[in-house]
Design a protein around this ligand. Structure first.
Ligand code: NAD
Length: 262
């Protein structure tokens, strides 16, 4: 394969669906070997099949819960062994989790969202960094959100918003810490994107009444009437993964068609 990522390996979490799947197909289409890490074996297998049989690329699915330190470490090692290293990391897996007023949000539900979205990002970065160092550099991309950073789109998202703001602080520190190894670390902040993320939402009974739909000021409208497409986010991921962004690190890039400005 002679694409832009030929000879490179990308490890992607949450690769079975939505933004992660779109990024996997894009990078594979441009020659990268892909390690697909996700929980949902069936969806991840279908992404794997699509890459290997339709695109005629090279990918392998790993059934991994990103909040499980041992499984993440093991899958990263297996991927690096199989593909001969890791060059690009897309820490993208995430859930909306339980939406509830803070006094109704259980400690368990709070911790579940933090452990997948925030600790999952930490574990993915922690265990892949040694392999990026071995390659003499690399690119890490983390999926945060406008939620928690630019716009708060509904009540009840205290845990989610905390993780999405936390990922930004983590990425900035990583950009500083890893620059000496030529490892770049950037964060993307999507607005609403048409994926399966809503199936990861659990609503408390109270909340069904107080969620406020986003309303735009009169006369103002975002670029698109409705959510963005995962392929539009994949374009940004491919740019940040590529040698076209070698001087970009520690950046936080909003990709929301103006949603957070309205
Ligand atoms: P999605 O639900 O379509 O895909 C998320 C994937 O992550 C799924 O395949 C799911 O199985 C996987 N996942 C969930 N928990 C996991 C775990 N514990 N271990 C491993 N994999 C796990 O949703 P998406 O919209 O593509 O979400 C990707 C990222 O984008 C998330 O971090 C989300 O917070 C972020 N995001 C999404 C939107 C949006 O509107 N869709 C907006 C802003 C940010």
């Amino acid at each position: 394969n002679t694409g832009r990522f030929s000879g490179k390996t990308a490890l992607i979490t949450g690769a079975g669906s939505g933004i992660g799947r779109a990024a996997a197909l894009r990078l594979a289409g441009e020659g990268a070997q892909i390690a697909l890490l996700d929980l949902i074996d069936e969806r991840t297998r279908s992404t794997e099949r699509h890459i290997n049989e339709v695109i005629r690329g090279n990918s392998r699915a790993f059934d991994v819960d990103v909040s499980d330190p041992i499984r993440v470490e093991r899958a990263v090692k297996e991927a690096a062994d199989q593909f001969g290293g890791i060059d690009v990391v897309f820490a993208n897996a995430g859930i909306n989790g339980t939406l509830a007023p803070v006094e109704e949000l259980s400690f368990e539900d709070w911790e579940k969202t933090l452990s997948i979205n925030l600790s999952g990002t930490f574990l993915t970065v922690k265990h892949t960094v040694p392999y990026l160092k071995q390659q003499g550099g690399g690119s890490i991309i983390i999926t945060s959100s406008i939620n928690g950073n630019d716009r708060f789109s509904g009540f009840g998202m205290s845990a989610y918003s905390t993780t999405k703001a936390g990922q930004v602080g983590f990425a900035r520190m990583m950009a500083l810490e890893l620059a000496q190894y030529k490892i770049r670390v950037n964060v993307i902040c999507p607005g609403a994107i048409a994926t399966n993320i809503d199936s990861s939402t659990e609503l408390s009974e109270d909340l069904q009444e107080i969620v406020i739909p986003v309303e735009y000021p009169e006369g103002a409208q975002p670029l698109a009437h409705g959510p963005g497409h995962p392929d539009q986010v994949a374009d940004l991921v491919a740019f940040l993964a590529s040698d076209e962004s070698t001087h970009i690190t520690g950046a936080r890039i909003v990709i929301d068609g103006a949603e957070s400005l309205l």
